[in-house]
Design a protein around this ligand. Sequence first.
Ligand SMILES: Nc1ncnc2c1ncn2[C@@H]1O[C@H](COP(=O)(O)OP(=O)(O)OP(=O)(O)O)[C@@H](O)[C@H]1O
Ligand SMILES: [Mg+2]
Length: 611
Amino acid sequence: MTTETTGTLSKPEKIRRPRRMRALSRMIAYLGLRKALLTLVIVLFFVGTVSFIFLSVMLGVAVNTLSGPSTTADLYQQVMVMAGLSVLTFISYYFGYRFLADVTQKALFQIRQDLFEHMQTLSLRFFDRQPIGELMSRVTNDIDVITAFFQQPLGTMLMGLFMLVITLAAMFLLSVTLAVVACIAIPLMMGLVWLLAKVAGPAFALLQERLADLNGLMEETLAGEKTIIAFRQQDAIAGSQTVVSEGAREVGSRAQVLSLVINPLTVLVTNLDVSLVALFGSVMIINHDLSVGVLTTFLSLTLLFALPLTTIFANYNFILSAAVSANRIFQIIDEEPDIVDKPGAVDLKPVNGHVVFRDVDFSYVPGRQILKKNSFEALPGQMIGLCGPTGAGKSTIINILTRYYDIDSGSIEIDGQSIYDVTQESLRRQIGVVLQEPFLFSDTVMNNLKYGRGGATDEECIQAAKDANCHEFITRLPKGYATILSDGGRNLSQGQRQLLTIARAMIANPRILILDEATSNVDTRTERSIQAAIRKLQEGRTSFVIAHRLSTITNAHQILVINNGEIVERGTHDEMMKAGGFYYNLYMSQFKGRVADILPGASTHSKGAPV
Ligand SMILES: Nc1ncnc2c1ncn2[C@@H]1O[C@H](COP(=O)(O)OP(=O)(O)OP(=O)(O)O)[C@@H](O)[C@H]1O
Ligand SMILES: [Mg+2]
């Protein structure tokens, strides 16, 4: 991994120009994916340009015909040739552009594909580092910029390049002296390119960054709309939006003005060049070194020669933007996944569910250790309860068992096999998780359930939904199982979402089950029925149940009490209640809270199990 990709993705401002240009050429190399078609495009452009230039040559020939002793028949023939050349130019260019569209669309498809596919391989650590708005900006805004570049300017510039080279060759063939005079435009134009790159380049890079900021803010604002309304922060948000928008507007107009003033400058250079050629050419005609026809051809060639240069300038802002965007996209594509299968990793065979943690140390960010020397053992079929204060590290233990993150030291084994020696796919297939924040896809209820296991039948899904107590509310939805859940299930209550994720885990039929606060969002009655469902699900499986409400885990074979990343106490509910330690206090404080809710004035003398 390079230093640039270890921190948050670097800002465009810091990107050096060679790096941007490398990214651009790498992006253009994607055109090579359809080599045969690309070759055909090049041939067609070549033929089109050569015939186009021959038109200018024929113009000169016609002028000479007029001033010489030729007949009308000669002129007629020349006009026919010119008409033929025009048709040939049209056909070549038409098909050239037509096939170029296929080539560029294939390239764009592949870039998008590479980006999305690669993002799927990246670990959670990468996503932790990136503000989601920034990532969204890359997958939307940057891809759009590249698409725009591939669709229009790229073709025009490719053509321009042909025109430039072939015209130059034709000019030197016609008259070396005049060609040299016409070439005076080249250093002048190059000076303008340099000026534009120097002045407008950074402005465009900055613009891209401002747009990313704006996108990020928009994304966050939309996602947090409820909170914004609840805290009456609409005005403040609108205010900061204005500030960020204003920033983008300012930089945008600066970048645009800079690129626009370049246009009149290039026209000026072109006209000066044509005048110079006309002046030198006329002198040569007077000295009988040149015919009028050749000068006519030459003047139109000079215009043709300046045209592509102007085109390249007119599109230079597109090139700059595309280069910046390409660089930002390749930064993601080049980001190495930090959680990878070991070479020669084998599939984890169907397990019994014997899980062993030995001296596990873990930190999300280097230097800030979260888990310290965690050791425990879960025998096949056992239920392990995890409890402890908020932020203690309970979910973290689960995150490392599923290899969402890799540990710093120690070992984790399932059925005697290190989870680091097996493929992630086979490991996760055997672990079912119900996460703390239920997540559902914007798809039908049925498809969300099927997500648990590819190939699950409708009947299996409905059975699981019944077991998890969601069948009833699903059938009450407008279209039952075919109802589309909008935006991650916002049209369901939090508890209903949680129930669906439980059903989904049931369908996955894993050997090891993880429930992270799975019942924290449901009412007591539903909780009881879920408990029953979970108990059924737990039969013959090893399960890890994280719970704040300790009543959920009192029947666990073993309860681990986590505090500050350490297992401070362990044992069964009864053992720890007798011991009167951390767990006892935690339990009693919840118990008191509950009794106080029901019976104001209840004292600490109350005995018995909380409900
Ligand atoms: N993605 C992350 N990046 C950095 N630090 C994290 C990340 N996730 C959690 N932490 C930190 O790790 C510690 C343990 O978090 P964890 O989510 O495991 O707590 P928890 O015990 O599950 O708490 P809760 O009961 O509130 O769910 C916390 O201090 C938290 O700030
Ligand atoms: Mg948690």
